[in-house]
Design a protein around this ligand. Structure first.
Ligand SMILES: [Zn+2]
Length: 132
C-alpha cells in the first residue's frame, strides 16, 4: 500500500508561501523542485510526534524522480491542526531548504534548526504554534 501521495493543497500553500514571503526569496531564483506530499502513516522520532519533514532527494534518486526535496506532512499527526497551523508547518519545512551557489551551480542542502524550531518561526508565531 502506498502511503504517500502528492498533495495539491499543500503544493498550493507552499507555492503561495514561497511567492509571498520575503524569507524565501532565495528559493524563487533557484530552480529548486519541491514535491509536497501527504502521508497517511503516522511518524514518530525520538519519542516525539513528527508533524512534517523535509527530505533532500539523493542524487541517485533523482534518476527516477525530478525533485530536489520532498516535504512530507504526516496526516494522522496533524488532523487537529487548523489551516493556519498547517501553513506554519509548511513554512517551517520550507525553511529546511538551503541553496548555495558554487561556480554558478546551485547546491542544495538541508538547513538544521537553530533551536527546536527556527528562530523566525518562533518570532512570528511563538513557541507553541503547534499546540493543538
Ligand atoms: Zn524541522
Amino acid at each position: 500500500m502506498q502511503h504517500y501521495t502528492q498533495s495539491e493543497a499543500y503544493t498550493q500553500i507552499g507555492l503561495d508561501i514561497i511567492n509571498s514571503n520575503p524569507d524565501f526569496e532565495h528559493l524563487k531564483g533557484a530552480d529548486v523542485r519541491v514535491a509536497f506530499l501527504s502521508c497517511t502513516k503516522p511518524k514518530r522520532s525520538k519519542n516525539k510526534v513528527t508533524f512534517g519533514e523535509c527530505i533532500k532527494v539523493t542524487e541517485i534518486n533523482k534518476v527516477f524522480n525530478p525533485y530536489d526535496f520532498f516535504i512530507v506532512i504526516y496526516e494522522p499527526n496533524v488532523e487537529n491542526f487548523t489551516d493556519t497551523q498547517i501553513k506554519i508547518l509548511i513554512e517551517h519545512e520550507l525553511m529546511h531548504i538551503g541553496v548555495e551557489y558554487k561556480d554558478g551551480e546551485a547546491i542544495y542542502y538541508l538547513v538544521p534548526h537553530d533551536l527546536e524550531d527556527f528562530k523566525n518561526i518562533i518570532d512570528k508565531y511563538g513557541t507553541d504554534w503547534a499546540e493543538v
